[in-house]
Design a protein around this ligand. Sequence first.
Ligand code: FDA
Length: 388
Amino acid sequence: MDVTTLILGAGAAGLMCAARAGPGTLLIDHARAPGEKIRISGGGRCNFTNLHTGPENFLSQNPHFCKSALKRYSQWDFIELVDRHGIAWHEKTLGQLFCDGKSTQIVEMLLAEMRAAGAELWLGTSVIGVRHDGSRFSVVLERDGQRTAVTARNLVLASGGKSIPKMGATGLAYDLARQFGLAVTETRPALVPLTFSDQRFAPLSGVSLPVTATANGTGFDEALLFTHRGLSGPAILQASSFWREGDEISLRLAPPGLYEDLRAARQAAGRVNLTTALARHLPARLVDHLAAPLGLAGNLADQSDSRLRALCATLADWRQRPTGSEGYRTAEVTLGGIDTDGLNSRDMQAKALPGLYAIGEAVDVTGWLGGYNFQWAWASGHAAGTAI
Ligand code: FDA
């Protein structure tokens, strides 16, 4: 069988690419359904883009690489597509856009676009081997136990990263990239909860509060959630992309103005316990947990200005050293991937092997939490699809 373009992976990027590449395109996936991560994303409502998407919301060894694709297919282009398909949406917080209904609407939309463009989709299809003979790719596929040899002028690596192997994530894109001479940067789980081997936060499991979580100089103002295994919530997931083994993270637990508030409370009602006063600003279970290590004893009248100042400073920069992360088992994305040095930023094509493309999470471009990773999948898929 001969096709113009063979796309490996019917996830967010592959579906968008197929919808733009048009007739003569075969899109394959080993899963039984396309766009499974779209389906489960955003608690089933898919945080499909972010109003504030810009290159600064992405991590990569080359922070400039994502600019061209993001500019040529922006959040506004995707919103226009969603609107054209009559999918209702809302902004939740921080520019994050979610479907009002189910995330499968986004999958259906992309499938409709892909069919209208004349591309074909094969599910339950594995890749047995890929060769390049100087002008075309020869790929052996296996579908329902049957092997099929496919030749294609273009081969698009769209099989994503390593996160959530249970959902079918594999290193296929990295292996093929290496096979064709592209470098792959170090990959690691990102947007992932951080863990502590001593499970020190187990008693606080379920407690949540707004914090600033900072790892290696980059901080995020979002919610922190204590879990049995450690720390989670959007603030920690964001910080995890910047954290490395052995690093501390800093948590600003103290709300702004805590020192002034405690001084005012001391003046108004000095007999109130320090822990009671703090529990007006922080979850009571957290205050209990901190009481022994921070020596929270006595009433407000017992606390000098310098003592209150020192306490607030500690709560503004509460240092913790996670022992690890929950890994690819729960990570929302893979940090790192196919080295952008080997790719053309306009169309995602390999500089050294025309006809080979890499898009989506497989590439060393990783978004923050909040719809940025899908926007990268749409933009890079669009860049390759329109170029093809
Ligand atoms: P994606 O993973 O979507 O697709 C890759 C496809 O390749 C899959 O269909 C897979 O089956 C297939 N494949 C893999 N190996 C293969 C092989 N060997 N042979 C054949 N096929 C193979 N992002 C965001 O912006 N907003 C959000 O709300 C969320 N929420 C979210 C929740 C959860 C739980 C996760 C795990 C992730 C998110 N994300 C997210 C991240 C987002 O899902 C992710 O960045 C994109 O799906 C990446 O799109 P890709 O198309 O590159 O890979």
